[in-house]
Design a protein around this ligand. Structure first.
Ligand SMILES: Cc1cc2nc3c(=O)[nH]c(=O)nc-3n(C[C@H](O)[C@H](O)[C@H](O)COP(=O)(O)OP(=O)(O)OC[C@H]3O[C@@H](n4cnc5c(N)ncnc54)[C@H](O)[C@@H]3O)c2cc1C
Length: 384
């Protein structure tokens, strides 16, 4: 068994690390908490990413992207997370965001939706959560009734990121109410269609503000359905499995690694009661515990990503990674704030921002308790 990263991934890691240090870290103080990086900052960074050959890393080769392995992307995104520049929920540094659900498009749908999204001409949002259906899709009420060559869609979605600027919404909705939690499909809904309304935004402690949308008798052509009827929930889950590893888990440990490094630097220079903090066992234990947990978290991500790249089912592994990495990062950043004292609580450092962001990751895209419950259920089923 070889635990070394492959040579080409290590080279990529070094390249991105330099990019982060030279281009992103110097911008940290200029960037606010908005969901989007200002175009005048993002544009030049994207050009730089293109010049480095890092454009469209997430997009499979057959659709014109780099088609990097999940392991390679995890290594890259961990480096990028070190800088508090790129918003977590809207990372377009390496190209427009493409929800993998769109890779299930038919050839005709690819021309209308997938390629325009890849080339930045169309923007999508993903709309699954509802007032009565968050972690439990059985409560889903948004209903699409087929009438000839179109569906009539009615209902409401809540907490939808980037809905305000989206051209289309990937709406997960009930097409067969006789199969609760399963008779669910995915429709691409034009946000300008009659009956679609942006109801309100929900500002959050993280600085972003997802939307509530309502649909009142919206006509959606049948050719806007992705996949078969009844496949919608499964398509959404496939995407979320990869996202748990590549986004939430990786972002958590990238942030936590930087917080740990900041804590170590500060502990060496800050003197109290005649000694640097770094000489105090209480502080050393915090540093050691953070390093131990981060090492375990990183190995868990690499293992899960590698298995995914080998074609293995990583659903349970993705639950484990998301739970462990988000909880670990929360503890690491908390300790880093503690070591920094009052300075750690100020907005001069990125620590308090990360603390708030990390808190949200234990709820969104699979609440920790629900992932633990599903994991235990699957493990015990296998045991039987
Ligand atoms: C900033 C932000 C952006 C978001 N973006 C999107 C988006 O773009 N698209 C989208 O569709 N959704 C989005 N969401 C919604 C998000 O995914 C949901 O909030 C999340 O899935 C939790 O659902 P809920 O809020 O309804 O919590 P609920 O399902 O009501 O759960 C509440 C709590 O109950 C506990 N719980 C629930 N079930 C169990 C159980 N079986 N056992 C033990 N405990 C349990 C958990 O602690 C959970 O946190 C976003 C949310 C936020 C805050």
């Amino acid at each position: 068994m070889d635990f070394e990263l492959p040579r080409e991934i290590k080279m990529l890691q070094g390249l991105v690390r330099r990019f982060v240090e030279q281009e992103l870290l110097p911008l940290e103080r200029q960037v606010g908490e908005s969901e989007e990086l200002a175009e005048e900052l993002l544009g030049p960074l994207q050009e730089r990413a293109k010049a480095l050959g890092l454009w469209l890393m997430d997009v499979p080769r057959e659709f014109g992207g780099l088609g990097l392995s999940l392991l390679a992307r995890c290594v890259v995104y961990e480096q990028v997370a070190r800088a508090r520049v790129i918003p977590f929920r809207n990372n377009e540094l390496f190209g427009p965001h493409v929800d993998p659900i769109l890779y299930h498009c038919t050839e005709a749908q690819r021309q209308r939706f997938l390629y325009p999204v890849i080339h930045g001409q169309l923007r999508m949002c993903f709309a699954q959560t509802e007032p009565d259906a968050g972690t439990d899709p059985a409560g889903m009420r948004t209903r699409a009734v087929r009438e000839g060559d179109h569906y009539v869609l009615s209902g409401a979605k809540r907490f939808i990121s980037a809905a305000g600027r989206a051209d289309f919404a990937e709406v997960i909705c009930v097409t067969d109410p006789e199969r609760p939690g399963r008779g669910i499909s995915c429709l691409l809904v034009d946000m300008k269609a009659p009956g679609v309304k942006l109801v309100r935004q929900w500002p959050t402690m993280m600085g972003d503000a997802p939307w509530e949308i309502s649909f009142d008798q919206v006509q959606v052509p049948v050719e806007n359905r992705i996949g078969e009827e009844g496949q919608g929930f499964e398509l959404g889950q496939q995407w979320i499995t990869v996202g748990r590893v590549k986004s939430q888990s990786v972002w958590s440990i990238g942030v936590a690694q930087r917080a740990l490094e900041m804590a170590m630097d500060y502990a060496r220079q800050r003197v109290t009661f005649g000694q640097p903090l770094a000489e105090r066992q209480a502080v050393q234990f915090m540093i050691a515990d953070s390093a131990i947990e981060l090492r375990a978290a990183r190995l868990m991500i690499y293992d899960t990503a590698w298995r995914f790249d080998q074609g293995q089912d990583v659903r349970d592994a993705s639950y484990m990674a998301k739970i462990y990495c988000t909880e670990t990062a929360g503890r690491v950043v908390d300790r880093a704030i503690q070591i920094h004292g009052g300075v750690g609580l100020t907005k001069d450092l990125p620590l308090e921002y990360w603390y708030r962001q990390l808190r949200s990751l234990r709820i969104t895209e699979g609440a920790t308790e629900v992932l633990r419950w599903r994991l235990a259920r699957n493990l015990m089923r296998e045991r039987r």
